[in-house]
Design a protein around this ligand. Structure first.
Ligand SMILES: CCCCCCCCCCCC[C@H](C)C(=O)SCCNC(=O)CCNC(=O)[C@H](O)C(C)(C)COP(=O)(O)OP(=O)(O)OC[C@H]1O[C@@H](n2cnc3c(N)ncnc32)[C@H](O)[C@@H]1OP(=O)(O)O
Length: 393
C-alpha cells in the first residue's frame, strides 16, 4: 500500500537497533538516552540488591538486574551482548576483560557487534586506569585552563563539557557512525571514547582560532571568554541578567541603539585597553531597567541581546513555546525535547517513567529466547532480580 508522504508511518531513525547499556553515572546514561529517544531499544544492566537507580536519564530504557559477580550472571550478560547491536560500557579500563566480556571475546562471537567504551582517559596511556570525573577530564583536555573570569581560578561549567558534550554525545556519534559503516562492511568495531579527547575535540575552535588572535591574552581577557564588554552578561534592575553577544560592528551598533548610547561618545569597540570603561558604562545602563523592559527593547532589534532565562522561564518564552522546545516528562516536570529535529523520522521520547531496577528482567530474557525454566533457575539462584510487580504497585 502506498501513502501520501505526510501520512506514511514514521519509522524512528534507530528503530531495530538493540543496545546493552551497562549502568554508569552520567555520560553513558546520556548516550543511552539519546539512542533510545531516536528509536533504539536500550536495555540497562543494573546490579542486583540495589534499592534504586541514580539514572535520571533513563527514559525509554528497560532495566534488567544481573549479578555480575556470579559465573551465571556473566554468561547471561554475554548472551545478551552477542545477540545485540551495541554494547555500551562505562567502567574503568580492564573491568570488562576481568569479567571475560572484553571486546575481542564478544566480537569473536558476534562480528557485527559495536562495542562502545566510554571512559575518562581512554583505553591506553598512563592515566587509563585512574578514577576521575568531569572536572578532571576537562582539566586534562586543556580547556579548563581557558575557562573563567580574569584574575580568578579556572571554572568548570557544571559537568557539561566532558561528561555530556565530549562524553555521552560524542560516544553516541561514534555509535551512529559505526552503525552506518556496518551497513557497508557488515562488521562491528570497538569505540574508544575518551572524555578528555571528546572535550578537547569539542574545543577544536579554541585551538584552531589561535591563529586569528582570539586567545592571545590571559584567561578572561579575550573576546569570547568574558573579556569583551560586548560579549558578556549584565545584571538588570530586578536582579536578573541579560546576555550580550554583539560581536560584529552592525550588531554592536544595534546594541548601542537599544542602550540609547552614542558611538561617538564611547571608546572604540575594539580598543582593548578601553574595555573596562566600556563595561562600566554598559553595566550602569543595564542596571537601569528590568530584564523584561530590556527584552521588550531588544526583542525588536538585531543586537544579539537576549534575556538569561531560568529553567522555570524557558518553556514559556514565546520562541521556545512556538517550537515546542521543551516538554513535560512522565512526572510532569519540564525538560528539553530531543535535538536535532529530523523532518521524517524525528525522535519520540518515551513518556513513561524511568524503569526501576530489574523492572524488565523477565520480559527482556524472554525476548532473548530464555525459557521460563531457565529464568526461574536464575531468579532462584539470585543471579537476576525481577522487580516488575513492585514497579507496578
Ligand atoms: C554521597 C555519594 C555521592 C555520590 C554522587 C552521586 C551523584 C551522581 C551525579 C553524577 C556525577 C557525575 C560526575 C561529575 C561524573 O563525572 S561521572 C563520570 C565518571 N567517570 C567515568 O564514567 C569514566 C569511566 N569510569 C570510571 O573511571 C570508573 O567507573 C569510576 C566512575 C571512577 C568508578 O570507579 P569504580 O567505582 O571503582 O568502578 P569500576 O572500576 O569502573 O568498576 C566497576 C565495578 O562494578 C562491578 N559491576 C558492574 N556492574 C555490576 C553488576 N551488575 N553486578 C555486580 N558487579 C558489577 C564491576 O565488575 C567492577 O567490579 P571490580 O572490577 O571493581 O571488582
Amino acid at each position: 500500500m502506498s501513502f501520501p508522504i505526510e501520512l506514511r508511518p514514521l519509522v524512528m531513525a534507530l528503530a531495530g537497533v538493540r543496545v546493552i547499556e551497562l549502568a554508569g553515572l552520567a555520560p553513558a546514561p546520556f548516550c543511552g538516552m539519546i539512542l533510545a529517544d531516536f528509536g533504539a531499544k536500550v536495555i540497562r544492566v543494573d546490579r542486583t540488591k540495589t534499592p534504586a537507580s541514580l539514572d535520571t536519564l533513563a527514559r525509554g530504557k528497560q532495566s534488567v538486574a544481573i549479578n555480575l559477580k556470579t559465573p551465571e550472571g556473566i554468561s547471561l550478560l554475554k548472551n545478551l551482548c552477542v545477540q545485540s547491536d551495541v554494547v555500551l560500557e562505562p567502567y574503568r579500563k580492564g573491568v570488562m576483560e576481568k569479567l571475560g566480556l572484553g571486546p575481542l571475546e564478544l566480537l569473536k562471537q558476534n562480528p557485527r557487534l559495536i562495542y562502545a567504551r566510554l571512559t575518562g582517559y581512554g583505553q591506553n596511556g598512563c592515566f587509563a586506569s585512574a578514577a576521575g570525573h568531569d572536572i578532571n577530564y576537562v582539566a586534562m583536555s586543556g580547556l579548563l585552563s581557558r575557562l573563567g573570569r580574569s584574575g580568578e581560578k579556572p571554572y568548570a561549567p557544571l559537568n557539561l563539557l566532558a561528561d555530556f558534550a565530549g562524553g555521552g554525545l560524542t560516544c553516541a556519534l561514534g555509535i551512529v557512525l559505526a552503525l552506518f559503516e556496518r551497513t557497508k562492511s557488515g562488521k562491528g568495531q570497538i569505540i574508544d571514547a575518551s572524555m578528555v579527547e571528546g572535550a578537547a575535540y569539542t574545543g577544536s575552535f579554541v585551538w584552531k582560532s589561535h591563529s586569528i588572535g582570539l586567545w592571545e591574552r590571559d584567561r578572561g581577557q579575550n573576546m569570547l571568554d568574558s573579556g569583551a564588554p560586548f560579549y558578556d552578561t549584565y545584571r538588570t534592575l530586578d536582579g536578573k541578567y541579560i546576555a550580550v553577544g554583539a560581536l560584529e560592528p552592525q550588531f554592536y551598533q544595534q546594541l548601542l541603539k537599544g542602550l540609547e548610547l552614542e558611538d561617538e561618545e564611547l571608546p572604540p569597540q575594539m580598543s582593548v585597553s578601553d574595555w573596562p570603561e566600556l563595561r562600566r558604562i554598559f553595566t550602569e545602563r543595564f542596571a537601569s531597567k528590568t530584564q523584561a523592559e530590556w527584552s521588550r527593547i531588544f526583542d525588536k532589534i538585531d543586537a544579539c541581546t537576549t534575556p538569561v532565562l531560568s529553567f522555570d522561564e524557558v518553556s514559556s518564552h514565546p520562541h521556545n513555546q512556538e517550537r515546542g522546545s521543551f516538554m513535560k516528562d512522565s512526572e510532569g516536570a519540564e525538560c528539553p525535547r530531543p535535538a536535532p529535529v529530523l523532518s521524517r523520522t524525528p525522535a519520540k521520547p518515551s513518556y513513561t517513567s524511568n524503569p526501576s531496577v530489574g523492572e524488565h528482567t523477565v520480559e527482556v530474557l524472554e525476548e532473548y529466547n530464555f525459557t521460563s525454566a531457565e529464568i526461574n533457575k536464575l531468579l532462584a539462584a539470585g543471579v537476576i532480580e525481577c522487580n516488575a510487580t513492585k514497579a507496578k504497585l
